[in-house]
Every structure is written in C-alpha cells, then in structure tokens.
Design a protein around this ligand. Structure first.
Ligand SMILES: NC(=O)c1ccc[n+]([C@@H]2O[C@H](COP(=O)([O-])OP(=O)(O)OC[C@H]3O[C@@H](n4cnc5c(N)ncnc54)[C@H](O)[C@@H]3O)[C@@H](O)[C@H]2O)c1
Length: 248
C-alpha cells in the first residue's frame, strides 16, 4: 500500500528488535535503508536479512549520542546511497538498562538515558533536517515510549525523562519544518515482545487489552504510513501504539 521506492531511510538502533523490524518493513516497500547500530555486526545482520529478502540496505554503525559521529555517518549514507529522506529515531535503550527508583539514582545514572533518547534524537535530526527542508520533502519519526507520556512507578524515570524530552522536541521540530514538506511525528510505544519464549511474557501479555504484546511488525506498519506520501497532513503528533494499554 505505501510505496517508498526511491526513498532513502536511516533507522537508528536497527541491529535488532523494533529497529530491525522497521528497517525490514521500509525495505520491503522499496526504500533503500541505512541500518544504524552501535554494534556493526548487528547492523550487518539486519542488512543481510534485508538483502536476502531482495531489498537494498547498507550498514551505518555509529553512536547516535556523538554528534560528530552522526554527521560523519549521515555523510557516508548520502555518499553510498543518496541523502536521507526518512529518519527513524529508534535507538533508545542504553546497554545494561536497569530499573531503579529515582531516590536511589545519582546524576551518573541519568545521563545514558538522556544521551541516547534526547541528544541522540536531536543529533540525528540536526544532521538530516537541512537537506530535507532544502529538498522540500522529509519524514522524521521518533520511537518514544508510553513512559514518556504517563507516570509509572516502575523505576524508569531517567528513561522517561529522555523519552518525554524527545516527544516535546519533536512537536517543535514539526512546526518549524511544516512549511517545507517535512513532517515529524512520534510513536509512544507500549510493551514489545523481545523474547522468543511466549511463556516468559505470558503474564505481561495478559495486562494488554488486546491480549498480546506488540511485535516489531506492528511498529513497522505505523512507520510505513508515517513515512509515506499518504501522511503528508500528519505532523506534530504523538501516536500511542500499545494494544490499548494507554488510551487518550
Ligand atoms: N521493547 C519495548 O518493550 C519498548 C517499549 C517502549 C519503547 N521502546 C523503544 O523502542 C526502541 C527499540 O527498542 P528495542 O526493545 O527494540 O531495543 P533493543 O535494545 O532490542 O535494540 C536497540 C538497538 O539499539 C542499539 N543502540 C543502543 N544505543 C545506541 C546508540 N547510542 N547508537 C546507536 N545504536 C544504539 C543497540 O545496540 C541495539 O541493537 C527504543 O527506543 C525503546 O526505548 C521499546
């Protein structure tokens, strides 16, 4: 339904999980996909999967939290493919993410979450936004979390601070760029299945109104729409995608 032939997409943190599913989805609709990850081997595995399915992709390993590395990575993508038309800010879980009540944290605990979820998004946006505006077409899609939109007592407040910051940033980016044919939307994502054993997640699935956890393909379906021509009047929004877990 959503033809992305000729588009160049960059998906961050796409070496596994949600990002890999989104990268596969974009490639299946004809986009050439730059697969970013901190770990080159993971990025290459996604590139191989896309290639095996007949799609076009390249690995683009860099740390989204490092602005110079992001700019260099985006330049490599433009050289190998063409400039980025669709940016999916997906990287968001720092290595060793833990759960801790705010009262038990220190400023050192907060930084990785804000670095990847807020500065990572801003770095990648800054690196591609001028080109999108100059070419009068662009799509920026950020994968945030329900934790960025509602309070939870789970011990994820620094993560939520980064996720909520990105939601707010994206609204402003959307309005600054609306007249240039560039849209910017955010997905506030609910619980995704990242375990192969359904027994391990059965108790979590029961807490979701539709009765199952999300799959990367569920996220890809919404990203495909947001990346498409059909979504040119959709901008500045935060879309809850969560199997009914949070309603608005
Ligand atoms: N899994 C869930 O239940 C869930 C729920 C809500 C939101 N999300 C969001 O969805 C996105 C993807 O989640 P996931 O579960 O697929 O994550 P994941 O941890 O399975 O995969 C993320 C990938 O991002 C890479 N990465 C981490 N930091 C990076 C950096 N600084 N630069 C480049 N790459 C980096 C990792 O190496 C990893 O391969 C994240 O933004 C996450 O916050 C996930």
């Amino acid at each position: 339904m959503f033809d992305l032939s000729g588009r160049i997409a960059l998906v961050t943190g796409a070496g596994q999980g949600v990002g890999a599913g989104v990268a596969r989805g974009l490639a299946s609709r004809g986009a050439a996909v730059a697969v970013n990850d901190l770990h080159e081997d993971r990025a290459k595995a996604t590139v191989d999967a896309i290639g095996a399915a007949g799609g076009q992709a390249m690995a683009a390993a860099f740390d989204v939290g490092d602005f110079e590395a992001v700019v260099a990575g985006v330049r490599r993508v433009a050289g190998a493919l063409r400039p980025v038309d669709v940016l999916v800010n997906n990287a968001g879980i720092p290595a060793g993410m833990g759960i801790k009540a705010f009262r038990d944290t220190t400023p050192e605990d907060w930084r990785p979450y804000v670095d990847v979820n807020l500065y990572g998004v801003m770095n990648c946006c800054r690196a591609v936004i001028d080109g999108m505006c100059e070419r009068s077409w662009g799509r920026v899609i950020t994968i945030s979390s329900g934790a960025g939109t509602v309070g939870l007592s789970l011990g994820v407040s620094p993560y939520a601070a980064g996720k909520g910051g990105a939601i707010s940033f994206m609204r402003h980016l959307a309005l600054e760029c609306a007249r240039y044919g560039v849209t910017a939307n955010t997905i506030a994502l609910g619980l995704i299945n990242n375990q192969s054993d359904p027994q391990a997640t059965a108790h979590l699935a029961r807490s979701i109104p539709v009765g199952r956890l999300g799959e990367p393909e569920d996220v890809a379906a919404l990203v495909l729409y947001l990346a498409s021509e059909a979504a040119s009047w959709m901008t500045g929004q935060t879309l809850q995608l969560n199997g009914g877990n949070v309603t608005t």
